[in-house]
Design a binder for this molecule. Structure first.
Ligand code: NAD
Length: 257
């Protein structure tokens, strides 16, 4: 088991990447603190883990709230005594997000609050807990859109993920000698609710797939496998990276027909 005796906190654990990661981490021996705004969804994930003899608790929390982030970390230490892995994964993509001219301030502010401030707050409360545990691994979910520009803009989302990359690098450097590794996971386009509700017609989906050399959307489970590597001691010399799991998207200039 690759996460035996570790305690892992996963945000956005009710659906998509976070859900698959919570399930996989538990299978690999971690005690999981599954956090989500959606209490019912995260409760279901935890019930599934417990039914398969795994260890997990659900915490309903909004990662853009400092008090909620403090509470989720306190729940990890209160229930399981430590924190070894922090997966800051919760994120939103708003349908009214467009270019600079069309994006309203409230869309910008909300997107930044969840996607960027949420990662900072997870680290603000998670890092002291990790130091008390003797170190650990932080994984922040960014996106391929922080690396390459898209002609179909989602400016606030893209900027928020750029912030995640920048703060990941700096935290990696600051905490490297304290035994805390910090990496960003950069997924390509995935077949999860978040993207499929945005690409809501076959035509839009095909337009996105034109850019993916592998010619398909990624699966949440494939991101969970990457997060598992970054969480485990197998990645013990890996910190400050932009870990791309994108079907070759960012490597491509022209993709095959
Ligand atoms: P998803 O919508 O399937 O799941 C996201 C989960 O986060 C949901 O359960 C939602 O309830 C929860 N959540 C949203 N706001 C929250 C908040 N304020 N506090 C706590 N929980 C909150 O999405 P997903 O595709 O699994 O995305 C997970 C992460 O991956 C996000 O950060 C997203 O930006 C990123 N990402 C997704 C894709 C993609 O194509 N789906 C690509 C690149 C990056």
């Amino acid at each position: 088991m690759r996460l035996k005796d570790k305690v892992a906190l996963v945000t956005g654990a009710g659906n998509g990447i976070g859900r698959e990661t919570a399930l996989l981490f538990a299978q690999e021996g971690a005690a999981v603190v599954a956090v989500d705004l959606d209490e019912a969804a995260v409760g279901e994930v935890v019930a599934g883990i417990v039914a398969s003899s795994g260890k997990a608790i659900a915490v309903a929390a909004d990662v853009s709230s400092a008090a909620a982030c403090e509470r989720m970390v306190a729940a990890a230490e209160g229930e399981f005594g430590r924190l070894d892995v922090l997966f800051n994964n919760a994120g939103i993509m708003m349908s009214a997000d467009g270019d600079a001219v069309s994006t309203e301030e409230d869309v910008w502010d909300k997107t930044m609050a969840v996607n960027a401030k949420g990662v900072y707050l997870g680290c603000k409360y998670g890092i002291p807990a990790m130091l008390r545990s003797g170190g650990g691994s932080i994984i922040n979910t960014a996106s391929f859109v922080a690396i390459v520009g898209a002609a179909t803009p989602q400016l606030a989302y893209t900027a928020s993920k750029g912030a995640v990359l920048a703060l990941t690098r700096e935290l990696a450097v600051v905490h490297a000698r304290e035994g805390i590794r910090v990496n960003a996971l950069c997924p390509g386009p995935l077949r999860t609710e978040l993207l499929m509700s945005f690409l809501d017609t076959e035509e839009k989906r095909q337009r996105r797939l034109v850019h993916v050399p592998m010619g398909r959307f990624g699966e949440a489970r494939e991101m969970a496998e990457a997060a598992l590597y970054l969480a485990s001691d197998e990645s013990s010399y890996v910190t400050g990276t932009e870990f791309l799991v994108d079907g070759g998207l960012t490597a491509a200039y022209v993709t095959p027909e």
